[in-house]
Design a protein around this ligand. Structure first.
Ligand code: PLP
Length: 427
């Protein structure tokens, strides 16, 4: 599609100096639907999914899309129609999966703070498995199940204590964070779980972090989890499925994480060697399925030049794309047309790209060299994951609209939030 390889290529790239997503010029979409606007490439999502499917061909395995990465119904529907299961972390996410046509029996429920009513709803829906993150949660699920006359399928999320070599806020597999049951306590917790009448032990689960760009942390985690399975089964407790979570990284600024296919080919070698190749394998990828498939389109409101710094003030903000403010994360930001800058401001400057929110933390990109004018539109790349799903109404800003692009078709999947929407629940 282009000379310059952008994150999201080949589904996103320049053609005749115009930024295209699939067969659609993003400048036309920005004009038609307004900004800020999220656009997602359906082909990019399906191709990311295909990487996993390829690795699992001929295996007993299921892919559960970790929907907190992007929980818009139009996105969920793409994965539901492709036969994915879902990893959920709340009752709200359960309702969304069911509304999008996902199957209850392919849902896994993760999260450290499930409430009794969420547990009851999930039991009534008939989900596949609860990933239990603590001993007290085990007791609560048992109680809720007994009082509902049901048996809850469970798996324990164990903490393999491996370093995923990622940002501390998105690392979850080290022993001092809030997730999971410590490796050293896993066996005794399984033994206790096996005595509770409201529970049926189905599997074991781990999830070591996010934006992981190397294979070795996964190898460490798989091997630590399989050690545990050895000892759990030696104690007469059978483990049906092995769930290795999500966490595979994407390209934000030239990272080269392994493709899902390469990662899993490598991991299956290890799993086969250890004699577990015939077990049901679950994964819970989020970011790697949607992150590079989405962009956030935004328009330049003001260019403010100063002695030490220049600011490019755009109409998207930390409430739309929270990752820079939250994790100091990098997103590539590129113009929608390479030649189309306003004729009177044809200079190239280095800018901090910032939003209108009244916080110094409201920045989207730092020290970016751009040749742009007021009214030009930009695309914030790699914005398919953990952007819209983390968005807020801070500063009483309505959430952005979203479109799904499929070849030359553009479909609105979420209307822009209005001021009435924002005030609806207040009494
Ligand atoms: C967030 C999360 C995932 C998905 O993580 P990604 O880095 O987006 O792949 C999977 N499993 C659990 C339990 C999670 O909390």
């Amino acid at each position: 599609m282009s000379d310059l390889k952008l994150p999201g290529a080949p589904y996103i790239g320049y053609q005749n100096q115009t930024l295209m997503m699939e067969n659609v010029a993003l400048c036309d979409v920005a004009t038609e639907f307004g900004t800020p606007l999220f656009a997602y490439s359906k082909a990019a999502m399906l191709s990311a999914l295909e990487e996993y499917k390829l690795a699992f061909a001929g295996r007993k395995a299921r892919i559960h899309y970790a929907m907190k990465a992007n929980s818009s119904l139009g996105v969920l529907r793409v994965f539901a129609q492709s036969g994915c299961g879902f990893d959920i972390v709340s009752g709200g996410e359960l309702a969304r999966v069911l509304a999008a046509g996902g199957k209850a029996e392919h849902i896994i429920f993760s999260g450290v703070g499930k409430t009794r009513s969420e547990i009851r709803e999930a039991l009534e829906a008939g989900i596949c498995c609860f990933n239990v993150e603590s001993e007290p949660e085990l007791d609560v699920i048992n109680e809720v199940a007994l009082s509902a006359g049901k048996v809850a399928p469970i798996s324990l999320r164990v903490n393999p204590n491996v370093d995923a070599k990622t940002h501390p806020y998105i690392s979850t597999g080290l022993k001092d964070n809030k997730f999971g049951i410590a490796h050293d306590h896993a066996l005794e917790t399984y033994k206790r779980a096996s005595t509770l009448k409201g529970l049926k032990i189905k599997g074991i689960d781990c999830h070591i972090g996010s934006q992981i760009t190397e294979i070795s942390p996964y190898e460490d985690a798989v091997s630590r989890v399989l050690d545990l399975v050895d000892s759990i089964e030696a104690n007469g407790i059978h483990i049906d499925h092995l769930d290795f979570g999500g966490g595979l990284g994407i390209d934000y600024e030239g990272e080269t994480p392994p493709k899902a296919h390469a990662l899993w080919t490598q991991l299956f070698k290890l799993i086969d060697q250890r004699g577990y190749g015939e077990r049901f394998i679950f994964v819970e990828p989020g970011r790697s399925l949607v992150g590079n498939a989405g962009v956030c389109l935004t328009r330049i409101e003001f260019l403010k030049t100063g002695e030490h710094k220049n600011f490019c003030i755009v109409d998207a903000a930390m409430n739309d794309v929270p990752r820079p403010a939250m994790y100091e994360a990098f997103h590539a930001i590129v113009p929608l047309t390479q030649e189309g800058r306003s004729k009177d401001t044809n200079t190239t400057l280095t800018y901090d790209i910032v939003g209108p929110v009244c916080e110094s933390g409201d920045w989207l990109g730092r020290d970016r060299t751009l040749s742009v004018g007021v009214g030009d539109a930009l695309a914030i790349l790699s914005a398919g994951a953990y952007c819209m799903s983390m968005s807020s109404n801070y500063n009483s800003r309505g959430r952005a609209a979203e479109v799904l692009i499929d070849a030359e078709h553009v479909q609105l999947i979420r209307r822009r939030e209005t001021n009435e929407d924002l005030m609806r629940q207040e009494v």
